[in-house]
Design a binder for this molecule. Structure first.
Ligand SMILES: [Zn+2]
Length: 308
């Protein structure tokens, strides 16, 4: 397909995207049955295997650390050829139970149809030693890696290899889908970075280390955490110390994720006169975030709104 050079870059890319998507859809993609632990991995699977049957165990309005191993989840996992999860112990409280109760040998091991995104990349903030006094820490590093575009591209490549391993007959389709995704993703990264440039050096107070990779990528700094310890909700004494920190006057905003409680953030916002930004934790975390691309757009747009 020829792209009219008079079209804007974004329109041109959209047209190319459409053409590539249609190109992929025209081939018969053998359907894997995919169980994603979080919506970001359901969205990535949709990019890489558009015709697969994809189910997300959680939504962006749910805490992915705390999930009930409900019968409906067990039934979905029982049917899966491939389970895609963040890993690095994010799902340690519920995935092993699902695996046990679903008794599906296909998704028991990463040699087969179990895939952990965090195992494909280097996580941030790995800890050498952990004890209970530290709270619910992520010893294997921060698992919330889906806001790092370069790491996500590495995950996409590894996930494609896994899909080909499980469904070798459709190799050319998976290769084509990865090529399409890579092209669009790599075109989007510099645009996001250019748009987010005013955020560089920006300081925020945030809840948990949910957006650690986003801040790291955009050159922002989380100077304080609403959680006194990981997994522990904000206490009044902790909030008082955050108010002192906010009074230094260099903090841009208070950031919480779409599934987190606004209560502590609102208390702090009222007294510090800082805005509270609710960022989508994943695809579906707000109306704008319908896929990985619009998820990034929305998160960056919301952060930029604090600069105005
Ligand atoms: Zn976490």
């Amino acid at each position: 397909m020829r792209i009219n050079s008079k079209l804007s870059l974004s329109k041109g890319l959209k047209a190319l995207t459409l053409a590539l998507t249609l190109g992929v859809a025209n081939n018969a993609v053998a359907g894997l049955n995919i169980f994603a632990c979080e919506p970001e991995y359901a969205a990535l699977a949709k990019e890489l295997a558009p015709d697969a049957k994809i189910y997300s165990a959680t939504t962006a309005l749910q805490d992915p650390h705390q999930v009930q191993a409900r019968p409906s989840l067990i039934a979905k996992m029982r049917q899966a050829d491939l389970a895609i999860c963040a890993g690095a112990d994010l799902e340690v409280g519920w995935l092993p139970m699902l695996q046990m109760k679903s008794a599906n040998a296909k998704v028991r091991s990463t040699d087969q149809g179990l895939f952990f995104a965090a195992e494909q990349i280097e996580t941030l903030d790995q800890l050498d030693s952990v004890d209970r006094s530290m709270g619910d820490v992520h010893a294997k590093g921060n698992p919330h890696l889906h806001f790092d575009p370069k790491r996500m591209l590495d995950v996409a490549k590894a996930l494609t290899a896994k899909m080909i391993q499980l469904d070798p007959e459709a190799k050319s389709d998976y290769d084509a889908a990865l090529a399409s995704f890579s092209l669009r993703w790599q075109a989007a990264i510099p645009k996001w970075q250019a748009k987010a440039k005013p955020l560089q050096g920006g300081k925020v107070i945030a809840y948990h280390s949910s957006f650690r990779y986003l801040f790291n990528w955009l050159g922002m700094e989380q100077v304080a955490d609403l959680e006194p310890k990981p997994g522990i909700p904000p206490s009044s004494s902790h909030l008082a110390s955050l108010l002192n920190r906010a009074k230094q006057g260099d903090v841009l905003a208070i950031i919480i994720a779409s599934y987190q409680s606004e209560r502590g953030a609102d208390w702090l916002a009222e007294r510090s006169e800082l805005p509270v930004l609710v960022l989508p934790m994943s695809v579906g975390g707000n109306d704008q975030s319908v896929d990985l691309f619009s998820l990034y757009d929305s998160a960056i747009d919301l952060l930029l709104s604090a600069k105005q």
